[in-house]
Design a protein around this ligand. Structure first.
Ligand SMILES: Nc1ncnc2c1ncn2[C@@H]1O[C@H](COP(=O)(O)OP(=O)(O)OP(=O)(O)O)[C@@H](O)[C@H]1O
Length: 577
């Protein structure tokens, strides 16, 4: 993947508390995240003339306003979509986060523009399933009765997806047929030379295709109910799949992986792929399954959750908290953990830019919406959500000027409506200081661990102590202090300590004196490489893993990952008599 440095990332950051920014509605699930970079969505263009017909319909389905209940209208819109898509698959102008797709779908397949979902830089170790290709993800013998160890494990889905534990509810293998109107023309893949006398069975093709992992949902297609009719006739595999939504940003990759998986089955000479779209009922069933039985809008990160929640905070702004958080998230993901990252710095969001989720034109990757569920983009193995992804196109540089209730609702929705799946670690990039968001997060996640970032300077460390004390007041546990922008060793061996030294230790000592023992977890030096990589949207732990700052961050990840979770707020697995 070629990631083009977004030169204007800094200018994209919303200024804190500016007054002229557009007030955004707080209900993110009602906002229609548009396909990334889509200048004019083909679906929107089609649905536009139908708007008057749709008026008065209360329940909206997908991001183009299709009504749930009017099936006839749905079919008409679907037919129009097909016709429109056959004319042109819209690509946005300008440079994209992905290089051009070398395997474009056949004309007529509705597809969105390239999307950084699942975006990976060249240097990032890929998940086991990714590394080995689709065939390697083929159904493995399931092991029953063996307790899962948390900690190091392959990326979501690579080890059986829904079978991962608590929220497991398996989808029926194969899915109901797609409506005829949603059928897409065939994508053909012909193998030269054939496989001699081997005869492929439809079951073998279904197993291979079903094991393909959806790059957004990170679960095998068979468990997501995305398989349709699959048959084999004389070496030709006829494979039907259903995407979750029209214009699914991951459509290209799914189609490619499915075709490759089917073609890898011995005896298959060519593959004819039919791409449809799930019905509203199927989507509803899917979102319920993804929630694992949890009611809509219920936070999955409560005290009994197995996900460790770590809020990264600072007293002062500009100490490198967001940069450290983004790199820490990637470093944890590189260790094989399932990691989510919530950019709770709503006014000063910068996480999308730091993780390469902003393209050269300043467009931020958009989450995919499946009904009420928001599927976050994935960057360097980390599922990311930020308010920057919900701003209207063209508004990315505008200020987010919200007061407490709006901020609270936004953070709450990030935690309830975004589908993170089964996470090992959820990191929150907190705004600096002790404002509304810090208090909201304290209320919503009182069992969270807190890491305090400070520079060595006393001006920063003094304020950092205060923000840690507020976290403690809400019940959160301060697990350590990170010193950033520490002394830098120059090539001639001299040491440049621009911000002095010892600030983090002072914070740790002050907090230990007033409560639990708090240690300095890492000292990250000033690093030109870290700064340049941050501006280019590539975490330094990926771009320059040998840099002293990257090594310090990797050490921080190691220390955090090996640290046991606190039991505060968690119910014990027995009842006293
Ligand atoms: N160790 C470091 N060496 C050099 N530059 C750094 C280092 N850490 C952070 N920076 C740079 O410092 C600037 C501020 O970093 P960042 O935005 O992460 O701070 P922050 O604490 O999150 O700020 P805010 O709270 O205002 O969002 C960025 O330009 C970043 O690249």
């Amino acid at each position: 993947m070629t990631t083009v440095p977004p030169p204007s990332r800094r200018t994209l950051r919303a200024s804190r508390g500016g007054a002229d920014g557009p007030e955004q509605p707080p209900d993110l699930a009602r906002r229609p995240p548009r396909a990334h970079g889509d200048a004019v969505s083909p679906v929107a263009a089609v649905a536009g003339p139908l708007r008057p017909l749709l008026r008065g319909v209360r329940a909206w389905d997908g991001d183009v306003g299709l009504p749930h209940r009017d099936d006839d209208l749905r079919r008409r819109v679907a037919r129009l979509e097909l016709r429109h898509a056959a004319r042109a698959a819209v690509r946005p102008a300008g440079v994209q986060l992905h290089a051009a797709d070398p395997h474009p779908l056949a004309a007529g397949v509705v597809r969105g523009p390239p999307h950084p979902v699942g975006a990976e830089s060249a240097g990032r170790p890929r998940s086991r399933a990714d590394r080995a290709g689709p065939a390697a993800g083929r159904a493995q013998p399931r092991r029953h009765g063996i307790p899962r160890t948390r900690g190091r494990r392959p990326a979501d889905g690579a080890d059986g997806g829904l079978g991962r534990g608590r929220d497991a509810r398996r989808a029926p293998p194969g899915a109901q047929g797609a409506p005829r109107a949603a059928r897409r023309p065939r994508r053909e893949c012909r193998r030269r030379g054939g496989r001699g006398s081997v005869t492929a069975s439809a079951e073998a093709v279904r197993a291979a295709v079903g094991a393909v992992v959806d790059p957004e949902l990170r679960r095998p297609l068979s468990e997501l109910g995305m398989l349709r009719d699959i048959s084999v006739d004389g070496g030709v595999a006829d494979v039907g799949i259903a995407l979750t939504i029209v214009g699914c940003p991951a459509a290209d990759r799914i189609a490619r992986d499915v075709t490759d998986a089917a073609a890898s089955v011995p005896g298959v000479d060519s593959v004819a792929l039919h791409v449809g779209v799930m019905t509203a009922d199927e989507r509803r069933e899917l979102t319920e399954r993804l929630r694992g039985g949890r009611a809509a809008r219920v936070m999955p990160f409560g005290p009994d959750s197995l996900t460790r929640v770590v809020a990264v905070t600072s007293g002062k702004g500009g100490v490198g908290k967001s940069t450290v958080t983004a790199n820490l998230a990637v470093a944890l993901a590189e260790r094989g953990l399932a990691v989510g990252l919530v950019d709770a710095d709503v006014h000063g969001f910068s996480i999308p830019g730091l993780l390469g989720l902003v393209d050269a034109d300043g467009r931020t990757a958009k989450p995919t919406r499946i009904d009420e569920l928001i599927v976050p983009p994935v960057a360097h193995g980390v599922k990311v959500v930020s308010i920057g992804m919900f701003l209207r196109e063209g508004d990315e540089g505008a200020a987010v000027a919200w007061r407490g209730p709006m901020l609270h609702r936004t953070v709450q929705q990030f935690l309830t409506d975004v589908y993170f799946g089964d996470l090992d670690v959820l990191l929150l990039d907190m705004p600096p200081g002790t404002g509304d968001v810090a208090i909201s997060v304290g209320q919503l996640l009182p069992h969270a661990d807190v890491v305090v970032v400070t520079t060595p300077q006393s001006a920063a460390s003094d304020v950092a102590i205060r923000s840690a004390l507020v976290a403690r007041q809400t019940g959160q546990r301060v697990v350590g202090v990170v010193e950033n922008m520490g002394p830098l060793t120059l090539p001639d061996g001299t040491v440049l300590d621009l911000f002095g030294a010892g600030g983090a230790q002072a914070v740790a000592d002050a907090l230990s004196a007033q409560g639990d023992d708090v240690r300095v977890l890492a000292s990250i030096p000033l690093s030109p490489a870290l700064r340049q990589d941050a501006d280019a949207g590539i975490p330094v732990v990926v771009a320059h893993p040998g840099d002293a700052a990257a090594i310090a961050i990797a050490g921080l990840a190691e220390r955090l990952a090996s640290r046991p979770r606190g039991l505060a707020g968690r119910s014990l697995p027995f009842a006293p008599r």
